[in-house]
Structure formats: C-alpha cells, structure tokens
Design a protein around this ligand. Sequence first.
Ligand SMILES: Cc1cc2nc3c(=O)[nH]c(=O)nc-3n(C[C@H](O)[C@H](O)[C@H](O)COP(=O)(O)OP(=O)(O)OC[C@H]3O[C@@H](n4cnc5c(N)ncnc54)[C@H](O)[C@@H]3O)c2cc1C
Length: 317
Amino acid sequence: MKIYDIAIIGAGPAGIAAAVEAYALGITNIILIEKSNNHSTTIRNFYKEGKRVDKEWMGQKLESNGTITFLDGTKESTLDFFDDLLSNHKIESAFNEEAEKVVKNGDIFDIATTASNYHAKSVILSIGKMGKPNKPTCIMSPEAKKRVHYNLDACSENESVLVVGGGNSAAEYAVDLAEKNDSALSYRRPNFTRLNAINLLNLERLSSHGKIRMLLGTNITAIEAIEAKVKVSFEEIEHEVFDRVVFAIGGSTPVDFLKKCGVELKDGEPILSDEFETDTKAMFISGDIAFKNGGSIVVALDMSYKIVQKIKLDVLS
Ligand SMILES: Cc1cc2nc3c(=O)[nH]c(=O)nc-3n(C[C@H](O)[C@H](O)[C@H](O)COP(=O)(O)OP(=O)(O)OC[C@H]3O[C@@H](n4cnc5c(N)ncnc54)[C@H](O)[C@@H]3O)c2cc1C
C-alpha cells in the first residue's frame, strides 16, 4: 500500500501552494487530488474574461511568507502563473477525481475518491467554497423541490425516503436510513461499479433483509408533489410515492464534505487551531473553506506555507 506524506484535496491556489511549498521543504511524496479536469476551478469558472486580479483582494493586506511571490494580474495571467508553478514541479496529481470522504485509521488517512483510494500521513483540505451538489435533470415541480434534498439533514425517523445515486455517498445515505426509515435506492445502472467493499456488503445485507429496496436500472423522469409527499415517476417501472427524495449524484457543498471528514464546525466555519489543524491530528484546512466569507489568493498561499511547515515539523519528523 502506497502511503503519501501529504494528500492535498483541491487544486486551487491553496492546494497548489501546499504542493509547491512542500516541494520547497523537500517533501515530494505527495498527491494532489482535483475533481475537475484542470486546476483552479473557481478562477476558471467564476472570474470574467480579462478580470483584473488584485493581490489585495477586498482589503485583505498580506504577504505570503512562503517561496511563492504572487502579484496583481488578470484572470489569464493568474491561471498561467499557477500552470507554471505546477509544471515546474513534478507533482503527482489525480485530476477528474472528486474526494468523497477522508477517514483516519490509526495514524493513516484513507481518502476515498470517485475513482480510487489513497493513503497518507497528513491531509490538507483545500476545496474552496464554490462546490455544489449535482442537480437532477428530471422534471420537478417547485412544490416537489421542497421535499427533494442533497443530504440527510431534513430526513426524520419513519419517513419513506428514496435515495438516488450509485456512488459511496448514495450507498451510505441509504444504509444510514435503513434502520429507522422505509428506504429505497434508485440507480440508473443495473449494478454498482464504484462502491467500496464495505458499502457494497452493507447494501447487500440490508437489501437481503428487506431493509432497503433496490431499484437498480431505474431512471427518474419526473417528481411531483402530492399533498405532503412526492410522486416519483420512472422510465422503467411504475411510479412510487415517498416522503422525500435525496439525490447523491456527485458534488457536495463544502460544509457537507467537511462534516463527512469529521471536521467540527461552529456557525458554518471549521474549528481550527492557530496552525489551521482540525481536531483530527494531521488533518489541516487551507484557503477559502477555512472562512465564513472566503479569503484571497495570497491568504491561501500563506496558509498553505504555514501548514506544510507544521506538517514537516510535527507529522513527518
Ligand atoms: C468572482 C471572484 C473574484 C475574485 N477576485 C479575487 C482577486 O482579485 N484577488 C484575490 O486574491 N482573490 C479573489 N477572489 C478570491 C479567490 O478566488 C479565492 O480566495 C481563491 O480562489 C481561494 O483558493 P482556494 O484554493 O481556497 O479555493 P478554490 O480556488 O475554490 O479551489 C478549490 C479547488 O478544489 C476543487 N475541489 C472542490 N471540492 C473537491 C473535492 N471534493 N475533491 C477534489 N477537488 C475538489 C475545486 O474544483 C477547485 O479547483 C475572487 C473570488 C471570486 C469568486
């Protein structure tokens, strides 16, 4: 089993800086995991073409103490800047892989992504604030939307809940619900290909005991409200009525992701030490996701520099 010194989740300014500053400190056994097919999704997708990029963004005056010198520029020059940083260092990267969960077993973190599993002595969560759950494309009335969710927060005991999806999040939601709810799992494919062994085993066990109804090979076409419930129509089978539908079809809000990783939050903000470490030793948070109202590029660079210094001293020495 390969064990990385650092697993970095999210290749925005914070994640790239963590990788580059780690290299500068001689730590090269690292993996950078990014859900998109390229780095810096926030800058790429949310900045207008030609946008001026200010080093002192929203009055946040700061110099990064690390080796990276960031200057004012434009959207394009900023993306080039981070391109160059990445290509000047041979950083092992996993693009198109969304991290779904991080769990610590003993001294080692297990990082489950949509495509693989990684193991590391330390983890830096640098996922930004812009993540959103993927939304379904089926027809849905506005009234029905009130009973359609993207996590289990609104579900209570004894409700009938349809979970939709074929990944580990969907499986875990269905398993969580099975004890106290009438739960069903709809997946568009006839079998699961992306589940870890534990989730697959749990689903098989619960479905064989009649605790989860498996609706495999089903595609939802419409969701309508009927009184305080929702009627779900499928392409392949008869419609069914549920109290709620929970979609887990990829993507998650950053806060949901942090909760899944066991990070304690207060007022929506992660609780961190002065050195940006969570309650879980060797799990750190860098960049926008550390703050309620986001940070800035230089703030992210500086945080990541401080975090890798701390990892070198505390975790790897
Ligand atoms: C419109 C706009 C204008 C801005 N202008 C400026 C400016 O002029 N100057 C300035 O300093 N700052 C500016 N900012 C703020 C700046 O963009 C952020 O502070 C900075 O991008 C934060 O970097 P980050 O690495 O923390 O997060 P992000 O840049 O959001 O990067 C996070 C990365 O993590 C990836 N990711 C998310 N979830 C997962 C997952 N589960 N698994 C794997 N990968 C994942 C994302 O795809 C993304 O690539 C602006 C922000 C916006 C929205």
